[in-house]
Structure formats: C-alpha cells, structure tokens
Design a binder for this molecule. Sequence first.
Ligand SMILES: [Mg+2]
Length: 248
Amino acid sequence: MVEGIPCKVNAIFTDYDGTISPVDVSREESRVFPEVEPILEEISKYIPIAIVTTKSYAFIKPRTEKFAHAWACTNGIEIVLRDGRRFVPCEVYEKERYLKEILNLARELFGNSVFIEEKWVGTTLAGICIDWRLQGHVDKEKLSKVIEEARKRGLYIIEYVGHPFIDIFSININKGHAVDLLKDLLKVSEPIMYLGDSENDNPAFEKVEVSVAVIHDKNRNSNLKAKYRVEQKDLPKLLQKVLESVKK
Ligand SMILES: [Mg+2]
C-alpha cells in the first residue's frame, strides 16, 4: 500500500541490496531495478539521494552514480560525497590487523565453499562479508567459529534473518550514525524518507520521519522498525508519487 505514506520529503536515503536491487542475484549481476532507476534519476534533480549500504564504495558507486549525491558505504564507515570529499574514522586503521586475522581464518576454514568479499576503504580492509547465497548453505560450525573469534577481537558482526550472508566490520558504526552524518553533510532538513529491507536498517529507520520497509519474500518475517511498509513491486509507484510531490 502506497497510500498514506508522506511523499513530500526533502531527501531520500536508501539501502541498496534487497531494497532498490534484487537480493538473490550474484554480485556481478546486481543492478538497481530497471523500473526504479529512471525515477530515482529524475527525483535526484530536485532533492538529494544518498545510499546507505554495507557494500563497499568500489561496488556501489558504479551501480548508483546516475542518481546518488552521497554514499555511506561499508555500513557507514566510509562516507563519500559526489564532489569527492571522504570521511573515515581513524579507528578503522587501528583495527585493520584484527580483521585481517579473521579474513585469513575464514579463508582457511571455508576455502571456496562460500564467497568471501573484502570491503576496502581506500587501501585499508574495513569489512568482510561471508556470503553463501549461490551455494544455498553454509557450514554452521565453521561460521560460529569465525563469529566467536571476531567477537574476541572486538569486531562488529551483523547476522541477518532470512539473508544468506553475514557481515563483519572493524568498527561498530551503524546505519543510524550514517544517516546523522549525511543529514549534516548534505544540509538537508526534515522530513527525510529512508528505504530499507533488513534489521540492520533499523537504526536508520529510527532517525527519520518517513521510514519505509520494502517487503519481499526474504524479509516478510523480519523485525523491521519502519513506520510504513511497501511491497517491493509497488516501489516504483511510491517513488513516482515522491517525484510528483517534489516537483510541485
Ligand atoms: Mg538490504
């Protein structure tokens, strides 16, 4: 239901994976939904759009540069503006060696049985993602071992209900923190719309006036703290309404 969602907003902040792109395709094939991309492009001429994602800048930028004014990447660890300004907390550099230990452990335990993505902030490793979406299953015992060792080193782990991957970051910055920084950097005032599809979007949902959970088959039972819900198939309709509202 798109009715009842306030569409006159001053900015859109949005998650990428599962929200404006399909969650169950390989990384290489991952693109913004073709029926969503042109509407976002049009909206971006009137209000700022920022991406708030666990993905790295190298991954996300080419897929969203037609419409994004800013990116909060690697769960908000790296914020990049369209003009090239970058913001990274220095703790990331201090914690890198612990994360590298975990990366080595994961490679040793899993070999090629899962996909392990390295998330780089410049030349510094800031996150890893252990992803079994293509294999369909993961060795739970090995995964628990990796998580336990990561915890011992004070790293930040995100597990998802219904998503076939986990993320491990060097520092505990969440998407809510990223939303606060983006508001400041882009100088946008309320109301802001935030679109997301998993529990790691909850801290961001809580920071905005118009929080919208995008619902698909994989997150129907997730505990999402958004004020509004929209079926993924209705997302173009919602964005079209936003476009009409911001044009006025
Ligand atoms: Mg997502």
